[in-house]
Design a protein around this ligand. Sequence first.
Ligand SMILES: [Zn+2]
Ligand SMILES: [Zn+2]
Length: 169
Amino acid sequence: MEIDLRKLFQGEDGFDRNSNGVIERQYELDLSGVELGGAKPFCAPVRVRARLRGFAGSVELFARVEYTMSMPCDRCAEPVTREYTKEFSHTLVRESREDTGEFITVPDERLDLDALVLEDLLMDMPGQYLCREDCKGLCPSCGKNWNEGPCKCGAPQVDPRLEVLRQLL
Ligand SMILES: [Zn+2]
Ligand SMILES: [Zn+2]
């Protein structure tokens, strides 16, 4: 969804003195085509609620995003589906005052909210996606899912968390 911010930046008659007005949007965003590590995690429509408030020279954006993500577990590859609610806020400006990443520049006073929401969701992704904290993973030798019990191939079963530690040491 593209949002025209001109009214918020410029203000119009009828708005109070402290604010140039408010725009609110509520919609469903289809991210089902987005690919992440070979998977398409956003299986259900992403629900977006956004509120934009204009001030002299800037617009404050607050967004609440509800979404379902389905990803294979990093250790055992079982599909995991979870629901999330995330909140984001940004300051939108026409020209960047400083290059801190805190401000988002919208030189043509139009905001591509879909792109921003997607960027925020991807930035907020966990580094590791696990079906459960203590997932035992798959046997590297026979491929048996160790969460379902030990395998018979005789490979030593290593706690993946200890394995990470061992590699660090
Ligand atoms: Zn797992
Ligand atoms: Zn095995």
